[in-house]
Design a protein around this ligand. Structure first.
Ligand SMILES: C[S@@+](CC[C@H](N)C(=O)[O-])C[C@H]1O[C@@H](n2cnc3c(N)ncnc32)[C@H](O)[C@@H]1O
Length: 223
């Protein structure tokens, strides 16, 4: 099998792509990282600043669906409307998702997220609408303008082509003014590419065992 499930340091689980030795989440804690970077520093932060708005999220890299699941849990728990588009070039096989769920033991929203069809809008809950988009970041056309981007590509060591000014410029075209992009990756080349694409970049304290993470605000103009 090309993939396997692995426990991470906080007791939650991730998927490993065995041929390349890359993981879908941090081995220091999959749930801790996703909660810290995407939910707390991304979704909760934006929601606090815009208390009445519908929140539109674009995720780069659906993977296991864990970030989508956490976002759906947040939306239904907070009674805040979230519209979520997620892009994935290589959907994981159903057998891996099922093995991952056996370990994770998630709530019903996880099954609902995986049960919906690709490439169409689905209302999963009055507070969570989802579009699972199969495609490649280089050719995809996005469905809406977004407030938050969860940039969750594999690391630049594995896929350097996904962390360039060109890609961040494309992402910027689908963002609302003053929208934010959050990512776990803090490499200098990533900060420089984001700045060149018109983002104001801020380093924030990172999740467990990582010094920093990035939150970048799209200012609407490149320098
Ligand atoms: C770090 S994983 C995402 C983890 C995911 N957010 C989760 O919660 O499980 C990165 C994902 O990006 C996908 N990917 C790789 N190249 C891509 C491309 N060119 N366009 C879109 N998705 C891509 C991979 O297949 C993988 O699922």
């Amino acid at each position: 099998m090309e993939h396997e499930i692995r426990a991470t340091a906080d007791g939650s689980f991730t998927v490993v792509k065995k041929d390349q030795g890359i993981t879908y989440h941090s081995l220091h804690g999959a749930a801790s990282e996703s909660m810290h970077v995407y939910i707390n520093a991304g979704l909760q932060y934006f929601a606090d600043q815009h208390p009445d708005a519908v929140i539109r999220i674009l995720e780069m890299g659906f993977g296991t669906g864990f970030n989508a699941y956490l976002s759906a849990m947040w939306a239904t728990g907070q009674l805040r409307k979230v519209v979520y588009e997620t892009l994935e070039k290589y959907p994981l096989p159903a057998s891996i998702i099922s093995a991952y769920a056996d370990h994770l033991k998630p709530g019903i929203l996880f099954q609902q997220i995986h049960g919906v069809s690709w490439n169409q809008w689905e209302v999963i809950d009055p507070y969570f609408t989802l579009y699972k988009h199969t495609g490649d970041i280089f050719t995809a056309s996005f469905q809406q303008l977004y407030d938050i981007v969860f940039y969750d590509a594999f690391a630049p060591t594995a896929q350097p082509e996904l962390w360039t000014e060109e890609v961040f410029r494309k992402i910027a075209t689908t963002m609302n003014p003053n929208g934010i992009l959050v990512t776990y990756c803090t490499k200098g080349i990533v900060k420089r590419a984001l700045k060149a694409a018109g983002f104001k970049v801020q380093a924030l304290p990172g999740p467990p065992r990582k010094r920093e993470m990035l939150r970048a605000v799209y200012t609407g103009s490149s320098l």
